[in-house]
Design a protein around this ligand. Structure first.
Ligand SMILES: Nc1ncnc2c1ncn2[C@@H]1O[C@H](COP(=O)(O)OP(=O)(O)O)[C@@H](O)[C@H]1O
Ligand SMILES: [Mg+2]
Length: 376
């Protein structure tokens, strides 16, 4: 960040003109300068302190010749970071080493099996020892809690209206060791917030940075702005496709929108409710053929889930099928493809490398990522 960035930021946050912000920033910097020129110490609680330190005269060496020289006493500026600043530096370090991976799941049309896919994939990943959170962001049918047999008391709406102040206050524990963040009517509310309000709400998600390894977002279906804005900033997008002709057309329409938005993140396809692998391959071929002809985007076929009557039975019992029917074919299919989404999965890059090149994104903070959701 340089001075003009700082001026823009102050102007934005204080809602004042750039000119006024310039005056303020200049006044602050000049005051610091002036105080230092008088040899005063400046202390900002939490942020840190500036001071001038007198360094005693000492002996040194000429770095080139190695000759011993006498260095006179000098005044040197010293900045000591305070606790808040140190914490930010630590957070930066932690982020570099292990950011939660955000995966958004969507489909061209409703009823493709998104929510079942999300829940059971989440549990499959949790079974590998990962800490998995689901954000239920489907405006149309938010039913992650219902399918898991748990009940949401608080939702993102309570973060928006200020009843709750941290995402951890609205998280619910669900079967299989996963955690749910219910969206409720909060998702619509988010879409209507001003940029500043949205930042306020997303800051409340910061604790997730420490708690989550993977965050799955169950979005709505279709190509409305509300759905698409929950896809673009994700680290990966998974499109669930079923073999009916109109489901294929809708999936193509969705992929076309992602293409228009110039998405550079991996877009992956899961073929659900297929009768056999041949049918999955057929659907993949049909989509990839049109995509290849008209679009630049390269959706990657992640895998398939067979039509399995135990899925319906589990839905009626309000239990995830991977828990009540762990040996049923759909559970096996889910476990196989879940592994490919595992942030620790080594094979993913090797396999993808041959066919697609994805733009490497620089590592940014989780909350910074969240702030990109809905920001366009
Ligand atoms: N692999 C599958 N085999 C059989 N039925 C399935 C399968 N996947 C989903 N279903 C059924 O499809 C219906 C819709 O699933 P759901 O996950 O709620 O879809 P979405 O979230 O996309 O609207 C559910 O009733 C579920 O039982
Ligand atoms: Mg759903």
């Amino acid at each position: 960040m340089n001075k003009s960035d700082l001026i823009s930021k102050v102007s934005e946050e204080a809602e004042i003109s750039i000119k006024d912000s310039q005056k303020i920033v200049n006044a602050v910097l000049e005051s610091i300068e002036e105080a230092l020129s008088k040899g005063e110490k400046i202390k900002f609680l939490g942020f840190g302190s500036f001071e001038v330190r007198q360094r005693a005269a000492r002996e040194g060496r000429n770095p080139k010749t190695g000759e011993v020289i006498n260095l006179p006493s000098t005044a040197a500026p010293v900045f000591k970071p305070g606790k808040k600043l140190k914490d930010s530096i630590m957070r930066f370090e932690r982020r570099k080493s292990g950011l939660p991976k955000i995966i958004s799941i969507t489909s061209g049309k409703g009823g493709a099996g998104k929510t079942n896919y999300v829940i059971n994939t989440a549990i499959a990943l949790a079974q590998k020892g990962l800490k998995v959170y689901i954000i239920d962001a489907d405006l149309g049918t938010a039913n992650v809690d219902v399918l898991l047999g748990v009940r949401a008391k608080y939702t993102i709406e309570h973060l928006v209206n200020g009843t709750k102040t941290s995402v951890m206050d609205i998280v619910i524990d669900a079967p299989g060791g996963i955690k749910i963040i219910p969206g409720g009517s909060g998702i619509q509310a988010l879409a209507d917030l001003s940029e500043m309000e949205l930042n306020r709400v997303f800051n409340m998600f910061e604790p997730l940075e420490d708690h989550a390894d993977v965050i799955l977002i169950d979005t709505g279906s279709g190509i409305s702005k509300n759905v698409v804005s929950f896809l673009l900033p994700a680290d990966e997008i998974v499109v669930v496709v079923t073999p009916e002709p109109h489901a294929i057309t809708d999936a193509y329409a969705l992929i076309k929108v992602l293409n228009e938005k110039k998405v550079v993140k991996p877009v992956k396809m899961v073929f659900n409710m297929v009768d056999d692998i041949e049918e999955a391959r057929n659907v993949a071929r049909r989509i990839l053929e049109v995509v290849g002809r008209f679009l630049e985007i390269k959706p990657y076929p992640l895998g398939y889930i067979l039509r399995d009557n135990n899925v319906n039975k589990a839905v009626k019992m309000m239990e995830p099928f991977i828990l009540c029917y762990p040996n049923t074919i759909a559970s096996k299919n889910i476990s196989e493809i879940a592994e490919k989404l595992n942030p620790n999965y080594q094979g993913a890059n090797i396999r993808l490398e041959n066919s697609f090149v994805y733009e490497q994104e620089k590592s940014i903070g989780f909350v910074a990522k969240l702030k990109k959701f809905l920001s366009r």
